[in-house]
Design a protein around this ligand. Structure first.
Ligand code: F6P
Length: 546
C-alpha cells in the first residue's frame, strides 16, 4: 500500500509559511468579535468551540485543503465499506459496521459484516435479558448479582469508561479486572459471592497474558469455593474471535459472543465488547450508545470537510502539533463522570497513531501521534495547571463540559462551568507583565514592588484549546463522543500516511516479559535477557523473594 508524504503536499508548504508572524491568540480573539460564531461547529450530541485554536479563516481553509489533498474525502467513505486500511495485519477496518442499520450489507471475504453484527447483537440482547431478569442462574440456582469483566486494553477501557459515565447501574453491579497486578483480584474477589457472579472473559485474541492469568485465577477461585467444573459455564461467558481457545478454557460455543478481525481492540466498545454496559444498564441503553455513534458516523461521512467536527478537530490538533510545535495534548473533562475518558483516549490515540513509518514502510518525515494525558477538572487546577499556565512546555487542550450534568446540584454545575470557561480563557489570553504591574499599582502597591512582582504573576497564554459542550451524559452523547474521537484519529492517521490500526510496538515487551518471567521463576534461573541491568535486577529480585 503506497502512502502519501503529506509534507510534500502544496497545502502543507503554504501552511508552513503561515506560521511566521502568526499573531498571539489574544489578538486573534480581539480582532473578530464574531470569532466564536465563525469557529463553532455543531455535531450530533455536542457543540465544539474552535475559536480558541490559534488559526484564522485562511489557515483553517488551508488545513481543509490539506485534508482534501490527502484524500480524506474518499477515505472517509471507504471507512464504511470493505477496505484495506490495515495492510500490516491484512485486515479491513470496519468499526462503523458495528452501528450500521440492519439490512445494509458489507461483504468481508464472503461474509456480510452487518448481518454478523446484528446476529451478535441479538445474542447479546438475549444474554442481557436473562441475566437482568434473573432467569440466568448460577450453580446453586441463584440469580446473578455481580458481573466482572476480565479484559485489558480495548477489552476494558471503553466499557469501563462508559459504565463509569452512565453511573449507578440498575442491573447487576459491574466490576473490571484488568491488570496482572494481583492486587486487583485480591481486593475484588473477597467482596463477591461466587454463586451469584458472572465473569466475562473479554479478549479478542483470547491470548492476552493478563486476561488469561486473571481468568485462570478466577476459575480456581470458583472451584475452590465449591462450584463444580460442569457448572463453570453458569459463571463464565466470553467475547472473542478465538473460539478454539475459548473452548480449550472450557467454554461451550453457547457461552461465546463473537468478535471480528475487522474491529480493532481500541475501536471495539460498540461491539460485543460493550456487553458490561448492556448488562449493567440494559440492552436498550447499549442500543442508544450505538445510535449516538451512528449519528456521528453519518455526520463524519456526509458533512462537508469544512463543517465536519472530527475532521476539524483532527486538523486543529495537526496544526498545533506539526506547525505550532505543541508537545502534548491535555484532555480535561469538567465532568467527574468522564474521569476515565483520558485513559480511554490514550489508548485510542497513542496506540493508533504512535508510528514512525508510513503504511508503505517508509519513514515518516514529521511528528506523528500525540502524547495525550489529562484528568478531571477542577482537580487539575489545584495540581498541574500551574505548569500549564506558567511552565515552558507548549501544549494544547480539550475541555469537555456536559450541559446537563445528570444531577440536580445546579449551583455546583454553575461553578464547574465557570471554572472550565475561565481556564480556557486564561490558556488563550494569558496576562502580560505590564497588565499585572498596572493592576498591582492600581491596588496601591508601590511601583518598584509592583514591577518586581509582575513577572512572577504574568502568564504567556497563547495555548490553543477546544471547548466541547456535550449535550448530556446520556448514552447517545457518549456514543457520539466516542465516534468523534475514533474519526479524528482516523483523519490524522490518513494525513500522516500511517497505519492507525496495527500495534506492533507493544509486542517486543510482551515476548521479553515471558523470557524474564522464566528467569524469575525457574528453579535454575531460566532463560536470561541479554541486558546486564535486567540480569542484575532479576538476580536481586530472586534473592529478595527467596
Ligand atoms: O497489547 C495491546 C493489545 O493488543 C490491545 O491492542 C488490545 O486492546 C489489548 O491488547 C487486549 O487484547 P485482547 O482483546 O486480544 O485481549
Amino acid at each position: 500500500m503506497s502512502s502519501i508524504d503529506a509534507t510534500h503536499l502544496p497545502a502543507w508548504r503554504l501552511l508552513s509559511e503561515r506560521v511566521r508572524d502568526l499573531p498571539h491568540l489574544r489578538e486573534l480573539l480581539d480582532a473578530d468579535p464574531q470569532r466564536f460564531q465563525h469557529f463553532r461547529v455543531d455535531a450530533p450530541g455536542m457543540r465544539l468551540d474552535l475559536s480558541r485554536q490559534r488559526w484564522d479563516d485562511g489557515i483553517r481553509g488551508q488545513l481543509v485543503a490539506l485534508a482534501e489533498e490527502a484524500g480524506i474525502d474518499a477515505a472517509r467513505r471507504q471507512l464504511f465499506e470493505a477496505n484495506t486500511f490495515n495492510p500490516t495485519e491484512g485486515r479491513a477496518v470496519l468499526h462503523t459496521a458495528l452501528r450500521t442499520h440492519a439490512g445494509k450489507s458489507i461483504d468481508v471475504d464472503g461474509t456480510d459484516a452487518v448481518a454478523a453484527v446484528h446476529a451478535a447483537l441479538e445474542g447479546m440482547r438475549r444474554l442481557c435479558t436473562s441475566v437482568r431478569n434473573g432467569s440466568w442462574r448460577g450453580a446453586t440456582g441463584k440469580a446473578i448479582r455481580d458481573v466482572v469483566n476480565i479484559g485489558i486494553g480495548g477489552s476494558f477501557l471503553g466499557p469501563a469508561m462508559v459504565c463509569d459515565a452512565l453511573g449507578t447501574s440498575d442491573g447487576p453491579n459491574v466490576h473490571f479486572l484488568a491488570n496482572i497486578d494481583g492486587t486487583e483480584a485480591a481486593r475484588l474477589l473477597p467482596a463477591l459471592d461466587p454463586t451469584r457472579t458472572l465473569f466475562i472473559i473479554a479478549s479478542k485474541s483470547f491470548g492476552t497474558l493478563e486476561t488469561r492469568s486473571n481468568a485462570l485465577t478466577v476459575r480456581s477461585w470458583l472451584l475452590e469455593r465449591g462450584i463444580a467444573p460442569e457448572d463453570l459455564r453458569r459463571h463464565f461467558v466470553a467475547i472473542s474471535t478465538n473460539i478454539a481457545a475459548a473452548a480449550e478454557f472450557g467454554l461451550p460455543e453457547a457461552n461465546l459472543l463473537p468478535l471480528w478481525d475487522w474491529v480493532g481492540g481500541r475501536y471495539s466498545v460498540t461491539s460485543t465488547i460493550g456487553l458490561p454496559i448492556a448488562l449493567g444498564h440494559g440492552y436498550e441503553v447499549f442500543e442508544r450508545l450505538l445510535a449516538g455513534a451512528r449519528a456521528m458516523d453519518e455526520h463524519f461521512r456526509d458533512a462537508p470537510l469544512a463543517a465536519n467536527a472530527p475532521v476539524l478537530l483532527a486538523l486543529a490538533e495537526l496544526w498545533n502539533q506539526n506547525f505550532l510545535g505543541t508537545e502534548s495534548h491535555a484532555v480535561l473533562p469538567y465532568a467527574t463522570a468522564l474521569d476515565l475518558l483520558p485513559d480511554y483516549l490514550q489508548q485510542l490515540e497513542m496506540e493508533s497513531n504512535g508510528k514512525s513509518v508510513r503504511s508503505d514502510g517508509s519513514p515518516v518525515t514529521t511528528r506523528t501521534g500525540t502524547i495525550l494525558w489529562g484528568n478531571v477538572g477542577t482537580n487539575g487546577q489545584h495540581a498541574y495547571h500551574q505548569l500549564l499556565h506558567q511552565g515552558t512546555a507548549p501544549f494544547s487542550a480539550q475541555f469537555i463540559l456536559p450541559l446537563a450534568p445528570g444531577h440536580t446540584l445546579d449551583e455546583h454545575h454553575d461553578w464547574l462551568a465557570a471554572h472550565c470557561f475561565a481556564q480556557a480563557e486564561v490558556f488563550a489570553r494569558g496576562r502580560s507583565a505590564a497588565d499585572v504591574q498596572a493592576e498591582l499599582e492600581a491596588s496601591g502597591m508601590i511601583p518598584e514592588a509592583a514591577a518586581a512582582a509582575a513577572p512572577h504573576r504574568a502568564m504567556p497564554g497563547n495555548h490553543p484549546s477546544t471547548v466541547l459542550l456535550l449535550d448530556d451524559l446520556g448514552p447517545e452523547s457518549l456514543g457520539a463522543l466516542i465516534a468523534l474521537h475514533e474519526h479524528k484519529v482516523f483523519v490524522q492517521g490518513m494525513i500522516w500516511g500511517i497505519n492507525s490500526f496495527d500495534q506492533w510496538g507493544v509486542e517486543l515487551g510482551k515476548v521479553l516479559g515471558t523470557t524474564i518471567h522464566g528467569a524469575l521463576t525457574d528453579a535454575q534461573g531460566g532463560a536470561h535477557s541479554v541486558d546486564p541491568t535486567t540480569r542484575a535486577l532479576v538476580a536481586l529480585y530472586r534473592e529478595r523473594r527467596r
